[in-house]
Design a protein around this ligand. Structure first.
Ligand code: SAM
Length: 296
C-alpha cells in the first residue's frame, strides 16, 4: 500500500472531509462521515473502530467523495434521507426532504396528539407529498390517523409508494395522483379532514439555488416569480373544502410569510392565522384554523 494513503476509516473520513470542504460543501464533515460509513456498511460513530479499510472500499469512497465534491446531494449518493426518525428512499426525480420540514410534522403530530381519544379515527391530508415525508411521519406517530398523500409527479409517487410500504403504514396512507391546483381533483381529498399539511414548491423563480438544490425536480422547488403561485391557488380551495375547525399548515419561502398569511386572511374563512419560524429564526410555515372550532 502507498504509505501516504490513509488506511484507517477515520483517516479516510478526515481526508474526505477536507476534500468536500474545499469543494464548498457546507456539511463537509457530516457528509464525509456518512459516505465512508455508507461504503463500509456501518454507522458514522463506529468509523473510529475500523483500523484497516480494503483497497476496493477505499476506491469506492474516493469515487463517492468525488461525486459529492461535484455537488451531487449526499442523499442521491446513498439513496436514503433521514426525516423525523424515518429512513426514506429518495433519488433523482423526487424532492429530498429537509430538516426544517420536521417542524411542520411535529406541529401536526402535536395537534393530533393533544386532543381526541386514541380510539377516534382522524383524517389527515398531505398535499404535495413528494417522498411521503410528512404523510409517513404523521401516520407512524399518530396511530389513529389515516392520511391521504396527494402528489402529481409519477416519479415522486414511485418513491412515495415504496416508502409507504417499507415503513409499514400502507394500511393507513393512501397515495393519490392529483394536481392540488385542480379544484375538482383535490376537493374529495380535503373534505372531512381535520388536519391538512402542505410543503409545496415555493421558491421564487429568480432565486439563487445551491448546486444540490438544482438536483431536486424544478416542479418541486419553484412556484412563479414570487414563489406564491401554488399557495395562492390552493388557499381558496382549502377555504371552500374544509369543515369548521379544520387545521392547516403550509410551509413557505422565508420571503413570503406575510403573503401567505394574507392569502389566508383574504378568504375570510380562517382564524388563528399564525406564522412560525424555523430553528434558524427564518419564517417557515403558516398555520390557520378554518373558522369555528372542532377538536381533531
Ligand atoms: C417541496 S416538495 C415537498 C415534498 C414533501 N412534502 C417534503 O416535504 O419533502 C413539493 C412537491 O410537490 C409536488 N407538486 C408540485 N406541484 C404540484 C401540484 N400542482 N399538485 C400536486 N403536487 C405537486 C412536487 O412534485 C413535489 O413532490
Amino acid at each position: 500500500m502507498n504509505r501516504t494513503e490513509p488506511s484507517t476509516a477515520d483517516a479516510l473520513r478526515r481526508r474526505a472531509s477536507a476534500r468536500l470542504a474545499a469543494a464548498g460543501v457546507e456539511s463537509a464533515a457530516v457528509d464525509a462521515a456518512e459516505l465512508v460509513a455508507f461504503v463500509l456498511g456501518t454507522d458514522p460513530g463506529r468509523l473510529i473502530l475500523i483500523d484497516e479499510v480494503s483497497s476496493a472500499d477505499r476506491e469506492q469512497v474516493e469515487t463517492m467523495v468525488g461525486r459529492r465534491a461535484d455537488r451531487i446531494p449526499l442523499q442521491h449518493l446513498t439513496g436514503r434521507a433521514h426525516f423525523a426518525g424515518l429512513d426514506l428512499a429518495v433519488g433523482p426525480g423526487v424532492f429530498v426532504p429537509r430538516p426544517e420540514t420536521e417542524l411542520l410534522a411535529q406541529w401536526a403530530v402535536d395537534r393530533l396528539g393533544a386532543t381526541g381519544n386514541d380510539a377516534d379515527p382522524v383524517r389527515v391530508t398531505d398535499l404535495c407529498s413528494g417522498s411521503g415525508a410528512l404523510a409517513i411521519a404523521i401516520a407512524t406517530r399518530v396511530s389513529r390517523a389515516t392520511v391521504t398523500a396527494v402528489e402529481k409527479s409519477a416519479a415522486a409517487r414511485g418513491y412515495l409508494l415504496d416508502n409507504v410500504a417499507t415503513t409499514g403504514v400502507d394500511n393507513r396512507v393512501e397515495v393519490v395522483d392529483a394536481d392540488v391546483t385542480d379544484v375538482d381533483a383535490v376537493l374529495p381529498h380535503l373534505r372531512g379532514r381535520s388536519v391538512v399539511v402542505c410543503n409545496p414548491p415555493y421558491v421564487p423563480t429568480a432565486s439563487h439555488i445551491s448546486p444540490e438544490v438544482a438536483h431536486d425536480p424544478a416542479e418541486a422547488v419553484f412556484s412563479g416569480s414570487d414563489g406564491m403561485t401554488l399557495i395562492a391557488a390552493l388557499v381558496p380551495t382549502l377555504a371552500a373544502a374544509l369543515d369548521d375547525g379544520a387545521l392547516v399548515a403550509i410551509e413557505h419561502d422565508d420571503t413570503t410569510g406575510p403573503a401567505v398569511r394574507e392569502a389566508f386572511a383574504a378568504t375570510g374563512a380562517f382564524s388563528d392565522v399564525t406564522g412560525h419560524e424555523d430553528l434558524a429564526g427564518r419564517p417557515r410555515y403558516v398555520t390557520a384554523t378554518r373558522r369555528g372550532r372542532m377538536e381533531p
